[in-house]
Design a protein around this ligand. Sequence first.
Ligand code: ADP
Ligand code: ZN
Length: 532
Amino acid sequence: MTETTQPLDDSASEALEVLHRVFGYATFRGQQGEIIETVVAGGDALVLMPTGGGKSLCYQIPALVRSGVGVVISPLIALMQDQVDALTALGVRAGFLNSTQDFEQRREVEQAFLSGELDLLYLAPERLRVESTVRLLDQGKISLFAIDEAHCVSQWGHDFRPDYLMLSQLHERWPDVPRIALTATATEATHREIATRLNLTEAKHFVASFDRPNIQYRIVPKDNPQRQLLDLLRTEHEGDAGIVYCLSRNSVEKTATFLTQNGIEAVPYHAGLDSRLRARNQSRFLREDGLVVVATIAFGMGIDKPDVRFVAHLDLPKSVEGYYQETGRAGRDGLPSTAWLAYGLQDVVQQRKMIDTSEGDAAHRRRLGTHLDAMLALCETVQCRRTQLLAYFGQTGETCGNCDTCLTPPESWDGTIPAQKLLSTVYRLQHERNQKFGAGQVIDILLGKTTPKVTQFRHDELTVFGIGTELKDTEWRGVIRQLLAQRLLAVEGDYGTLLLTEDSAEVLGRRREVMMRREPERVGRSSRSSSV
Ligand code: ADP
Ligand code: ZN
């Protein structure tokens, strides 16, 4: 809102007119009106808005209202054709320039740009490295620069694109052209980084609420993930379109096959697939009803399919930001949708290992570790998942009533004694025997199982042997997960060996209580105890 008391000024009413006439919508959503007003007036804007919030209109409408061509920088080459087709269908004159075109196609778009026959021009960021593109832009009239997926400028984010770093030059070269940067990633740190790297500290910042009330968040212990997924789909999402995320290409393939064999139409998507097949699976997902795509995280940035009814993770995402982005692809139409994640101890072991062996310096690995810890904390919380998720993005919210912890509150119980027993087992192995073992062996010792491996290492002679029979194997795994989430225990190496942390001593020395989460009784199938 402007401070004047006049009715809508010309540009505001023009924006509204475009919203009605071109896009067929009655009113602006959230902060769209103010954002559009800012850019139409020639100001810079930095927009943080969740997926499905309606970011595209924030630059498309100003591009139509202002004279000249709106230049949209987007890393999503695969989607440019779709975006341009969608705009063309609305009567908007749009084109794109990227590496998929041949000379002739490029020339046609360049011609249209120069003769003012375009409203919007989509550009892959690497085009700006080419001097001829920069000269081309110089010769036309630009109404605005829109920098989509602006978090790609963040070197620590999960989608870093080196070419985005050059975008700070837009302002130096075309100081009079307003810029609008948009992203659905919104931690304080990324926000600040975008503002400084893109030279947008003077811009008006618009931070929308990141709550997605129609998404129901659920995180369950991993038991037999494919079966659990099948149950979910059969009981709640029969015939629905959805995305299933897996960590590896191999599990993508296996899961897609498994679903297909069980009567659910599913296609795989990962970077190892032939590019034509990949493109075909993606476009089938966008166009057909009720198709399930099983994918690595390579799939999804910019996917604009409104009726994705569920996003399922069969492996733990690497960060809360990633989890939020991926789950955010569900329910863009505002209808009830499910974000479901199955998570187990093995995920933690595996990710720890990936961090330990990752490239980059110690600071980088520490950062990855912090991301993982935050994700674990979300998994093991006894509080509202949504509140915790929003808190991660610096936003507050009420207990939501639409997540698993709200709907079936887990009991919290005093796990101090089991924690002491477990940590003291790890302590004895480490200090009395100078040995390191993974969860399986530690649990066998606590349960007093005389396995060949226990006998071989004479672990039945330890004083802690058999002191933990009050809990089942699966319950001990829950204890370990929660100690990891609270950083009272650490895991490392190929075999996921357990180690004490600085804070473990407080529990062992009885100076700290440990509250734990008891999983609510699951409905349906009985669980198998061998899983993690
Ligand atoms: P984002 O880029 O933020 O993920 P989009 O721009 O793709 O979101 O918009 C998400 C959906 O909401 C689209 O289907 C879009 O047409 C619709 N939408 C956007 N703004 C409005 C509005 N003011 N009224 C109704 N629908 C809208
Ligand atoms: Zn909740």
